[in-house]
Write a protein that binds this ligand. Structure first.
Ligand code: MF3
Ligand code: CO
Length: 250
C-alpha cells in the first residue's frame, strides 16, 4: 500500500480522532492504581471510546480480543487484558489504545507507573518518552524516514537499553497500519522523503536489557526475551512544512 498524503479535510478528521483518543488516555491514566486488573482498564477504555461515539480499532484486529493493549512490566506490547491479572504497587503498565472517528484511525501508547516505582524503572519511562521527542525533532518535510529512526537510536543507545527491532511505527489514516514502516533503530537506507500531510504513528519500544523479544503462547503478548522491564511511548503525528503536530497530545 502506498504512503498517503492527507487532504485538509482528512487532516481535520485525523485531528479530531486523535483529540478524542487523547481524552481516553487521560482518563485511563487517572484510573491506574494498585489492585485494579488489566481487564478493568480494557473495560474502562472501551466504554470511553464508545461514549465518545467512536469504534475501538484494535478490537478484533487480526483477531486481537480486546480494545486496549495492556502490557505489564516485561511485556512490551499487545498484552491481553485479563480479569485475574492484578496491578501491584511498583509495576509499570503500558496502555496502547486507538479508535476510529468517521473512518479515521488514531493510535497512541503510554507507559505508566503503578504507585511508587523504582528510580531505575522511572528512568526507563523517561528515556522512552524522550526518545519519541528526539525522533520527531527530525519529522519535517524534506527529511527522510531514517532521520527519525537514527535520532531515536542515537538518544537511547548511550543508556545501554535494548531498542526493540521486531516491531515498528507506521503510517496511519483510513487504516490503522499504512506504509511506511518506521523503525526505532539506526537505518542504513534513508527511506522515503517526508512530506506535509503524512500522518505517522511513531512508537519507540525500549527494554531495560536485551532488545530481543519473544511471543507468549497466547499468540499476542510480546515480552522482553530476558524478562527485563519494557516501556512504550507512541503518538500519532502530522508532518507539516514546519514543526510536526503531535495529534494525540491535547
Ligand atoms: N498500536 C498497535 C500497533 O501499532 C496496535 C495494536 S494491534 C492490536 O501495532 F491488534 F493489538 F490491536
Ligand atoms: Co501503533
Amino acid at each position: 500500500m502506498a504512503v498517503t498524503i492527507k487532504s485538509a479535510k482528512e487532516i481535520e478528521l485525523m485531528r479530531e480522532s486523535c483529540r478524542l483518543l487523547s481524552i481516553v488516555h487521560q482518563e485511563m491514566e487517572q484510573a491506574i492504581k494498585p489492585g485494579m486488573t488489566t481487564k478493568d482498564i480494557d473495560i474502562l477504555g472501551d466504554s470511553l471510546i464508545r461514549k465518545l461515539g467512536c469504534i475501538p480499532n484494535f478490537k478484533n484486529y487480526n483477531g486481537y480480543p480486546a480494545s486496549i493493549c495492556v502490557s505489564v512490566n516485561d511485556e512490551v506490547v499487545h498484552g491481553i487484558p485479563n480479569k485475574r491479572r492484578v496491578l501491584q504497587e511498583g509495576d509499570i503498565v503500558s496502555l496502547d489504545a486507538g479508535l476510529i472517528y468517521k473512518g479515521y484511525h488514531s493510535d497512541a501508547a503510554r507507559t505508566h507507573a503503578v504507585g511508587q516505582i523504582s528510580p531505575e524503572a522511572q528512568k526507563l519511562l523517561d528515556v522512552t518518552k524522550q526518545s519519541f521527542f528526539e525522533g520527531i525533532k527530525m519529522a519535517k518535510a524534506g527529511n527522510h524516514l531514517h532521520d527519525i529512526s537514527n535520532a531515536i537510536d542515537a538518544y537511547v543507545r548511550p543508556f545501554g537499553y535494548g531498542i526493540v527491532r521486531d516491531l515498528v511505527g507506521h503510517g496511519i489514516g483510513t487504516s490503522l497500519h499504512e506504509d511506511p514502516q518506521i523503525p526505532n533503530f539506526r537505518q542504513i537506507r534513508r527511506g522515503i522523503k517526508l512530506q506535509a500531510g503524512m500522518t505517522l504513528a511513531i512508537e519507540p519500544m525500549i527494554n531495560m536489557g536485551t532488545h530481543e523479544v519473544a511471543w507468549l503462547d497466547d499468540g499476542w503478548t510480546v515480552v522482553s526475551d530476558d524478562g527485563s522491564l519494557s516501556a512504550h511511548y507512541e503518538n500519532t503525528i502530522l508532518i507539516t512544512d514546519g514543526e510536526p503536530e503531535i495529534l494525540t497530545l491535547y
